[in-house]
Design a protein around this ligand. Structure first.
Ligand code: CA2
Length: 149
C-alpha cells in the first residue's frame, strides 16, 4: 500500500519562519519522520509539494498513474480555504483522501475555519503537527483494509 502525501503553497518554507505556529522542522525533516512511521506500519509513501494550484490538481489526477499510490493525504495550505479547482479534482480519483493541517485551523482566523476540500475527503485531521499526517495515513490504511484493497 502506497500513500501520496501532497503539500501545498508555502509548506516548503517550514522551519524557516512562523515556528511558533508550524514548528521547527523543515519539510524534509517532517517527510522523513512521516516516511519512517509509515514504513513501520507497512505503508509506502511518496511526497509531492507545489506552490501552484494547477500542479496540485495534476498530482491528484495522477495519484495512480503517476505516483502508483492508493490514497492521498492532502495539506493544500491556504488553497484549502478557497480552491474550487482542487476541490473538484478530488472526486476525479477513486482513492481515499484525508485533508490535514499542521496547525489547529479552528483556533485561528475565521477564514481558516472554512474548507472547500473537506466535503470531498473521507475526513479531516488538524492541529497535531507531523502527527496529523501520520494519523491520516493510518486512517487511509484502515479504509483500504475495510474495503478489502
Ligand atoms: O496548518 C496548516 O497546515 C495550514 O494548512 C498551513 C497553511 C495555512 O494557510 C493553512 O491555513 C493551515 C500555510 C502554510 C505556511 O507555512 C509556512 C511555514 C513557514 C513559513 C511560512 C509559511
Amino acid at each position: 500500500m502506497k500513500i501520496l502525501i501532497v503539500n501545498g503553497p508555502n509548506l516548503n518554507m517550514l522551519g524557516s519562519r512562523e515556528k511558533a505556529i508550524y514548528g521547527e522542522q523543515t519539510l524534509a525533516d517532517m517527510n522523513a519522520e512521516i516516511a519512517e512511521f509509515c514504513a513501520e506500519n507497512g505503508i509506502e509513501t511518496v511526497f509531492f509539494q507545489s506552490n501552484s494550484e494547477g500542479e496540485i490538481v495534476s498530482a491528484i489526477h495522477g495519484v495512480r498513474t503517476r505516483f502508483g499510490a492508493d490514497g492521498i493525504v492532502l495539506n493544500a495550505g491556504a488553497y484549502t480555504h478557497y480552491s474550487r479547482a482542487i476541490g473538484d479534482a478530488l472526486p476525479c480519483v477513486g482513492v481515499p483522501k484525508v485533508e490535514v493541517h499542521i496547525s489547529n485551523v479552528h483556533a485561528r482566523e475565521d477564514f481558516r475555519h472554512v474548507s472547500v476540500l473537506a466535503a470531498n475527503c473521507n475526513g479531516v485531521i488538524c492541529g497535531f503537527g507531523a502527527d496529523s499526517y501520520k494519523l491520516a495515513c493510518l486512517a487511509i490504511k484502515d479504509i483500504l483494509g475495510r474495503s478489502g484493497k
